[in-house]
Design a binder for this molecule. Structure first.
Ligand SMILES: C[C@@]1(CC(=O)O)C2=NC(=C\c3[nH]c(c(CCC(=O)O)c3CC(=O)O)Cc3[nH]c(c(CC(=O)O)c3CCC(=O)O)/C=C3\N/C(=C\2)[C@@H](CCC(=O)O)[C@]3(C)CC(=O)O)/[C@H]1CCC(=O)O
Ligand SMILES: NC(=O)c1ccc[n+]([C@@H]2O[C@H](COP(=O)([O-])OP(=O)(O)OC[C@H]3O[C@@H](n4cnc5c(N)ncnc54)[C@H](O)[C@@H]3O)[C@@H](O)[C@H]2O)c1
Length: 200
């Protein structure tokens, strides 16, 4: 059983063991996170080589050793070798988060199928039952959330900050926050402007 969370990875050390196809997939979703990404692998895919050149990742061009996981917040055991992935898992301390790409029961976290519309992030998990189903549901849900959500979420955040600044009683604050998810604000920019005018 798994518990879903959002992680702030800023300045965190992330160690990826393996530089192949799956490591690349995992790293593509990590490079924008302002984390320190270290890849331990004798080989890198072309994409990862380019990330290394751009200093988006640090590359240790060699086989894994136990000390590599030291101080890592997240660890990916992402080689094509069962014994090596097992070794990575065993090398981790109990409180380190580790994803083992070929053995879900060894993982203390899984990745989810994710898409974003600005600040709106939708993540789907089948807890390992069917990554294909997660992918399919993601494709289906994308159709329900058009690009307009990006601006709508920005509006919601701005309005939320303003409402918090007003120091209102709980009931009024709650009513205003609830008002914001009314469909008219989602669809109509003028209604959003109108909402802000009400503040002045
Ligand atoms: C969400 C996504 C994120 C990501 O990592 O990007 C993800 N897998 C994705 C795709 C995908 N993975 C695989 C296929 C081929 C079809 C298939 O095998 O079914 C496809 C489809 C494709 O590639 O099109 C193969 C596969 N995956 C795992 C194993 C090991 C095993 O089951 O033993 C094997 C077998 C390897 C083999 O035996 O060959 C394990 C895991 N994969 C997970 C996540 C975690 C559970 C997520 C969940 O169930 O919700 C978990 C448990 C751990 C983890 O990796 O975090 C991404 C979603 C799609 C998207 O977002 O587009
Ligand atoms: N979790 C998932 O989403 C998922 C999806 C598909 C496949 N898989 C699993 O992934 C595995 C295949 O991975 P791939 O396609 O990325 O393989 P790959 O062959 O593309 O890459 C393997 C990488 O591991 C490196 N490596 C090998 N031994 C190493 C060591 N001792 N130390 C450091 N690096 C080492 C290689 O140099 C290479 O860079 C299979 O076991 C498959 O079951 C998982």
């Amino acid at each position: 059983m798994m518990y879903p969370v959002m992680l702030n990875l800023e300045n965190k050390r992330i160690v990826v063991v393996g530089g192949g196809r799956i490591a690349t997939k995992k790293i593509l979703n990590l490079v924008e996170q302002k984390a320190k990404i270290i890849v331990v692998s004798p080989t890198l895919t072309e994409e990862l080589q380019s990330f290394a050149q751009q200093k988006k990742i640090e590359w240790y061009p060699r086989y894994f050793v136990i000390e590599d996981v030291k101080g890592a917040f997240l660890v990916f055991a992402a080689t094509d070798n069962r014994e090596v992935n097992e070794q990575v898992k065993i090398s981790c301390a109990k409180d380190q988060l580790v994803n083992v790409i070929d053995e879900p029961s060894d993982s203390t976290f899984y990745n989810m199928a994710v898409f974003e519309r600005g600040l709106l992030k939708i993540a789907i998990s089948t807890e390992g039952a069917s990554p294909f189903l997660a992918k399919q549901i993601k494709a289906e849900l994308k159709g329900f959330f058009d690009d307009g959500y990006e601006e709508y979420l920005n509006f919601l955040l701005e309005a939320r900050i303003k409402i918090k600044e007003l120091v209102l009683d709980e009931e009024t604050k709650r009513a205003l926050l609830l008002e914001l998810v009314n469909e008219k604000y989602r669809n109509n920019v003028e209604d959003r402007e109108q909402f802000f005018k009400g503040f002045r």
